[in-house]
Design a protein around this ligand. Structure first.
Ligand SMILES: NC(=O)C1=CN([C@@H]2O[C@H](COP(=O)(O)OP(=O)(O)OC[C@H]3O[C@@H](n4cnc5c(N)ncnc54)[C@H](OP(=O)(O)O)[C@@H]3O)[C@@H](O)[C@H]2O)[C@@H](O)CC1
Ligand SMILES: [K+]
Length: 539
């Protein structure tokens, strides 16, 4: 598990490390600059060997790829230009320039901003650089440098970028150079990922201590390139006392998140998932969800679906207990769920409702019933969410009333209906909409899915997913996710629903990474996601 900080938390960690624990600011800065230099020298080595770097497009931002380029970028004088602002981000850049020169790589510095406003550390770094005779330039010629280091603004960016700052950022973006941003791309808001007027389109960002939210969330993610996190010596004590609200998973978490498979266990030991899904002639979504729950490791899956789907489900997924909710409706539209539905609800540890369920009266009555469940984790997905949105619109329900046992899995459009906001509003502040609107847990799905714990959960966390790729943009992918989350939650009913949801999202993403190691990202289907679970779940 890795912390992700916002601008305020990152500054607090700086502050505690320096002012309370007593690590000198210049010591941290020296390590930060060394971290930048280490990464630059790797790139520089490739450039010197006539390899160059392909600038990324939005589509392949997750996979910054180096490639051969024929353009003649080599310059006999200065190879690297550090563009430095007047704060400590600029100071990191000036320190890095000094170290690059020390290592024999010709480096120049271009200052931006009013030197009278330079921070104390910046003044010190400038003094050292001048004493060493590092060259300063006043102009930045296009394509003169192999590498440009963006050290204009870091986490101290506080407003829209205008004037000379804007001009230089546009010049940097218009160059052919490989661009390395120090700590965060200048122009990206470290908290929300917004672009404050303009921003540097980095090929690589070397960030210090912890990932910043803004470089993972859109649109900031597109401007960050490949991200390298450098440990510059912020003590754990400082990080823990700030206890950042956001986190992400890493591969080694796979082995500690799920309960161990002990020797003397049976199918009853790993939980029971009930999937209420599929309407007449809509069987696929139900199958995907149920099959994924099994592959995610739960012990038993039971399905309640439309009568017409039963045979095909029994054939395609013989492992599942298949029943129908249809019999329950024989009394007409005034029915209340009776035997089979009530019995199945009582049986389950975790319930999924919604995939392919349709919006019929039957579906609405089923959702209404499930919304009353209080004592088990419930995943509401797809049509379940659309029906819930309708209830909310008709004032029959309130998003705020759903308890902490519920996990909603909306994509942006579904969240827009649930929250009564535009998709742009949701898109621009995903952490807020994943946490602040409801008491329940929300899996807000996008290329960078955000999972939030309800607004009233003390110390509620936000999970920002970093696994996966665009191979997941395929029909049925969401149905599979609902099943994975339920399958994980069922194995440990004490696990917080938000944690099960976040881990499910992470595992779902890993399937795409695994798949595209050997196969085309254009070809992955929902069935492939289910199959790949065998390769990504712990052995
Ligand atoms: N603390 C430490 O020792 C360590 C810090 N570290 C490094 O320091 C970075 C944070 O440094 P920081 O706090 O000095 O902020 P930074 O990002 O340089 O920007 C502040 C400057 O920008 C200016 N400014 C802001 N917005 C503007 C705008 N739109 N347009 C124009 N100007 C604008 C602002 O001006 P002002 O608002 O004061 O007028 C001020 O001059 C961090 O990201 C990391 O790289 C590491 O070395 C580890 C140790
Ligand atoms: K920067």
């Amino acid at each position: 598990m890795r912390y992700i900080t916002d601008a305020k938390e990152a500054k607090q960690i700086d502050n505690i490390s320096i002012n309370e624990i007593g690590i000198p600011s210049l010591v941290l800065m020296e390590r930060a600059a060394l971290g930048v230099v280490e990464e630059i020298e790797k790139v520089y080595g490739e450039l010197s060997a006539n390899a160059c770097v392909k600038r990324k497009t939005e589509d392949n931002f997750l996979n910054s790829q180096r490639c051969k380029k024929s353009a003649e970028l080599k310059n006999v004088n200065s190879k690297i230009l550090v563009v430095a602002g007047m704060g400590n981000n600029g100071a990191d850049g000036v320190a890095a320039a000094r170290m690059l020169e020390h290592d024999g790589i010709k480096t120049a510095i271009k200052l931006v901003g009013n030197i009278e406003h330079a921070s104390e550390e910046m003044k010190k770094q400038l003094e050292i650089a001048k004493n060493l005779g590092i060259s300063f330039v006043t102009d930045m010629k296009k394509n003169e440098y192999d590498i440009i280091v963006d050290a204009i603004f870091g986490i101290g960016l506080s407003r829209e970028i205008t004037g000379e700052y804007r001009e230089i950022i546009e010049k940097i973006n218009g160059s052919n150079s490989y661009i390395v941003s120090v700590d965060i791309s200048s122009g990206v808001d470290a908290t929300g990922g917004k672009i404050l007027g303009t921003a540097v389109k980095a090929d690589m960002t070397v960030t210090f201590g912890n990932l910043k939210r803004g470089m993972l969330l859109f649109p900031g993610a597109v401007y960050s390139g490949e991200i390298k996190v450098k440990d510059i010596g912020f003590p754990d004590k400082a990080v823990e006392s700030v206890s950042p609200k956001a986190y992400t998973f890493e591969k080694n978490d796979l082995y500690c998140m799920l309960p161990q498979r002990k020797m003397r266990t049976n199918k009853g030991s790993y939980g029971k998932v009930l999937v209420i899904a599929g309407c007449e002639a809509m069987c696929g979504a139900c199958y995907f969800s149920a099959a994924a729950a099994y592959r995610a490791g739960c012990g038993l899956v039971r399905v309640l679906t439309a009568k017409e789907n039963m045979q095909i489900l029994k054939t395609k997924l013989p492992e599942a207990i298949v029943g129908s909710y249809d019999e329950e409706f024989e009394d007409g539209i005034d029915f209340t769920p009776k035997k089979e539905v009530e019995e199945a609800i009582g049986w389950a540890d975790v319930i999924v409702i919604g995939p392919g369920l349709g919006k019929s009266i039957k579906a609405k009555l089923l959702v209404k019933r499930i919304l009353k469940v209080k004592d088990k984790t419930v995943v509401i997905d797809a049509d379940g969410l659309n029906i819930l949105a309708e209830f909310i619109e008709n004032k029959e329900h309130d998003l705020g009333n759903l308890g902490t046992n519920f996990i909603l899995t909306p994509h942006l459009k579904e969240m827009s209906r649930l929250a009564g906001k535009t998709t742009d509003e949701i898109k621009n502040d995903m952490p807020y909409y994943a946490t602040a609107q409801a008491e329940c847990n929300i899996v807000l799905k996008d290329a960078r899915t955000v999972v939030g714990e309800g607004r009233n959960i003390p110390d509620g966390k936000i999970y920002i997913n970093t696994s996966g790729n665009n191979a997941l943009a395929t029909g049925g992918s969401g149905d599979v996710l609902s099943g994975i989350i339920a399958g994980i939650a069922a194995q440990d009913i004490k696990m917080k629903p938000a944690l099960a949801a976040a881990f499910g999202v992470y595992v779902h993403g890993l399937t795409a990474e695994k798949y595209t190691e050997t196969k085309s990202r254009y070809s992955m289907t929902a069935s492939d996601i289910i199959d790949m679970l065998q390769d990504v779940m712990p052995r």
